[in-house]
Design a protein around this ligand. Structure first.
Ligand code: ATP
Ligand code: MG
Length: 364
């Protein structure tokens, strides 16, 4: 299936192929290399927005004046090409206001380019821990809206997309922000399609340290509940401004759940709030979000809520101040997400908690 979307272009597109694409009304556009070179000023270094495991991302403006982000595959390996194909295939299937929109792609010769809507407020990561962190643009209301938006995007993937989709790389750098600071979940290169009736799959581990559910990190057991776990980590990160994993002075690592749990158990929720909020947050909302996050990160996958439930809790609980789920006494130990335990596929990008792992492709 992945390759069927490319069979129509065979690596190079021509006029008749392009018109075929238009007449069938695919949700994406097949760009020419010339168009994308012009839009990005020949992938000029001044246009570069950032770099990830897949390659570099460039800002560009099309001849029609539309701002775009172009992701450029850095090396043509089989694995990278599979990631490219999965990303295009999945994005072409999904449409939701909280998922990053695919505008199109180019595949020809040694070039693989994916064209997205440009997100002027970059990633959640850049605001929490990156180059925009000092500007403190994420007030409480924006954080809550981002949490709800990301939850809705994920809930759509798990419950509405056909077949259901497990993202497998939910993290702050994969939540992008549009001009109104609304969340758009991005990066489907690691995603898996789950046919009806299949409860879980076993795969080699992909994803990012600090966000991996224990059963997935240890046994490669992947289900929607793995995304729920990663989302719980993301929620704690959003409210606290802390990284998913921190190195303690004695050299050991502590994850954000281990850090937040004692405060939640003693109801010291203020201690969890990001100091950059300057106490400007709603304590009831904070308590609700932390409680939901701890439910999402339950060590037992079966005890985690569904994303549908999480959206309902976030929306109802926060707006109507309804009672939230109670904190469970979660005794299940967390796995240590240390680099030594995993097969690493990218170079260390420790400062952003971005070590990744890899398997052979999507389920089919
Ligand atoms: N559509 C977009 N609009 C604006 N910025 C974007 C867009 N897509 C990606 N970026 C930015 O480009 C940078 C690189 O993104 P990319 O997804 O390649 O890597 P990453 O998410 O940082 O890491 P990983 O490879 O682990 O996913 C990120 O900082 C992200 O904020
Ligand atoms: Mg990304």
């Amino acid at each position: 299936m992945v390759w069927s979307c490319f069979s129509c272009i065979g690596g190079h597109q021509n006029k008749s192929q392009k018109s075929m694409n238009e007449s069938i009304d695919y949700p994406w556009e097949i760009y020419t290399l010339k168009e994308l070179l012009q839009a990005t000023n020949n992938f000029n270094k001044d246009n570069k927005i950032g770099e990830g495991g897949f390659g570099s991302v460039y800002w560009g403006r099309t001849s029609k004046g539309v701002d775009i982000a172009v992701k450029r595959l850095k090396a043509m390996t089989a694995k990278a090409e599979m990631e490219f194909a999965v990303e295009v295939e999945i994005l072409a299937r999904v449409r939701h206001e909280n998922l990053l929109g695919l505008r199109g792609f180019y595949a020809g010769g040694e070039e693989r380019l994916i064209v997205y809507d440009y997100m002027p407020n970059h990633s959640l990561l850049s605001h929490l821990h990156g180059q925009l962190a000092d500007q403190c643009l994420l007030d409480w209301k924006r954080r809550v809206n981002i949490a709800i938006g990301a939850a809705e995007g994920l809930s759509y993937l798990h419950h509405e997309a056909q077949p259901h989709i497990i993202h497998r790389d939910i993290k702050a750098s994969n939540v992008l922000l549009n001009s109104d600071f609304e969340a758009k979940v991005a990066d489907f290169g690691f995603a898996k399609l789950i046919p009806d009736g299949v409860s879980h799959l076993t795969t080699r581990v992909k994803g990012t340290l600090g966000y991996l559910a224990p059963e997935y990190a240890m046994w490669g057991k992947v289900a929607e509940s793995c995304d729920v776990y990663s989302f719980g980590i993301l929620l704690l990160e959003i409210v606290s401004g802390r990284k998913p994993l921190e190195k303690l002075p004695n050299g050991t690592k502590r994850d954000i759940v281990q850090w937040a749990t004692p405060y939640a158990q003693t109801e010291d929720f203020d201690q969890i709030a990001d100091p950059r909020l300057n106490q400007n947050f709603d304590v009831h909302d904070l308590k609700s979000i932390v409680t939901i996050a701890l439910r999402c990160t339950d060590g037992n996958a079966e005890s985690r809520p569904s994303m549908k439930q999480v959206v309902a809790w976030l929306k109802d609980g926060l707006s109507t101040k309804k009672e939230m789920p109670h904190l469970k006494n979660n005794e299940t130990p967390h796995v240590d997400q240390d680099e030594e335990n995993y097969e690493k596929n990218h170079t260390d990008r420790e400062e952003l908690g971005k070590q990744q792992f890899d398997d052979g492709g999507i389920w089919r």
